[in-house]
Design a protein. Structure first.
Length: 393
């Protein structure tokens, strides 16, 4: 039995080192948005489409940053989803600088954000379409730099990975590991490889489309029932053999996704549901088992090895557990340093993954039972009865 356990530990250690190698290949030296914007492109009108709903805490700073963009050929279309928290009053203070559109009643089968984006698109006049979120903050030159990058690379979609604004303990503990997992799941910088259509991702916090490319993939209508619509749009772009470029832009865009533990739980619960393909039970369970096996169990092995060390200083549990923990910690420490988070939080990786496994279990159970996911006053993920609405022109 001891030999079997030893063999399993060696196999697990080998797989972890392979995971570290994959991480290095896909995440290290990730391309960044060029720092200099150059001259402002001539003749390219950009329609900025901002869907908001009950975002009074963040929308003022977001809209002010959009109004302040040093890109003259732009229009800002804000689609308000019947906010009840004062968001609308804040938007009115920008009257004359933005166009406020009231969201029409949500059709059956649509996710609220996708419906708002679709409404904004129908109002847009630009050659380029920028979809962004109400919790984002844009530097003055961010749009000019991104448009120039899109033109220089002949991309059909440029999406930015922003600086993460993390202020509380739970944000710093939970958000970086989730970002880390997502980027490995989608292939990291391989999303920029036109010869790898399987690897794709969009970040709904900043997605700049050529209008013809957006139309070709069907826009938000094509992903109307998708909670993670940005991921789905990125996949559609790659599936059509269009050019997707994702770059880091920590000096150009900042985002604070969630500010409290309940928000983090509810937000990632709905996203786990969506990314798991609307919950084939096997797929969701398989991912949870992998998370435990490769990101929690190595630390259990290390702990057991430390427990045995007084009697057996160089036991195999200590050696293999330490080996695996080192490589797992190293990747997250590098990420945390890049986003100005203390390495202390990386050392708590197994706790963060256990919380995420809890989120995944909650998501899986709710999805399997058809209980749905509440978000900003709406519920998604319940079984749809009746037919979807006809396409909206």
């Amino acid at each position: 039995m001891s030999l079997v356990i030893d063999a399993l530990l060696v196999v697990q250690s080998t797989l972890v080192i392979l995971l570290a190698g994959y991480e290095y290949l896909t995440l290290m030296h990730f391309p960044a948005l060029p720092e200099k914007s150059g001259s402002i492109p001539n003749g390219l009108m950009v329609s900025i489409i901002l869907p908001v709903r009950n975002q009074a805490k963040t929308v003022s700073e977001c809209v002010a940053s959009l109004v302040g963009l040093d890109y003259p050929q732009k229009e800002i279309i804000v689609v308000d989803g019947n906010s009840t928290d004062g968001t609308r009053d804040i938007l009115k203070s920008f009257d004359g600088n933005i166009k406020i559109v009231e969201e029409e009643p949500l059709p059956q089968g649509w996710v609220g954000k996708n419906w708002a984006c679709h409404i904004g698109y129908n109002q847009a006049k630009g050659d380029l379409l920028l979809f962004t979120d109400g919790d984002s903050i844009h530097s003055r030159d961010s749009l000019a730099k991104t448009v120039n990058y899109l033109e220089a690379t002949k991309a059909d979609l440029v999406t930015l990975a922003p600086a993460a604004i993390l202020r509380t303990f739970w944000e710093k503990l939970l958000q970086p590991p989730i970002f880390w997992l997502i980027m490995m799941f989608v292939g990291g910088k391989w999303v920029n490889d036109d010869n790898k259509p399987r690897w794709a991702l969009g970040n709904g916090q900043f997605m700049l489309f050529k209008r013809e490319a957006y139309n070709k993939v069907g826009g938000h209508y094509a992903v109307r029932d998708r909670i993670a619509e940005d991921y789905s749009l990125g996949r559609l772009i790659k599936a059509q053999r269009l050019r997707l470029r994702m770059v880091t832009a920590s000096d150009s865009l900042g985002v604070r996704m969630y500010s409290t533990f309940p928000e983090i739980w509810r937000g990632w619960r709905k996203n786990f549901y969506s990314v798991s393909g609307n919950h084939p039970l096997f797929r969701a369970t398989y991912r949870l088992v992998l998370l435990f096996t490769f990101l929690v169990l190595p630390f259990v092995v290390l702990g057991y090895g430390i427990y045995l060390s007084p009697a057996a200083p160089l036991n195999i549990y200590l050696l293999t557990g330490g080996f695996m923990a080192f490589f797992l910690w190293l990747g997250l420490i590098i990420l945390d340093r890049s986003i100005r988070v203390s390495p202390f939080y990386a050392l708590l990786l197994p706790i963060a993954i256990l919380v995420y496994i809890g989120i995944g279990i909650d998501s899986t159970v709710r999805g399997a039972l058809g209980l749905g996911f509440s978000w900003k006053g709406r519920v998604y993920g319940k079984p749809i009865t009746g037919q979807l609405e006809a396409p909206v022109p």
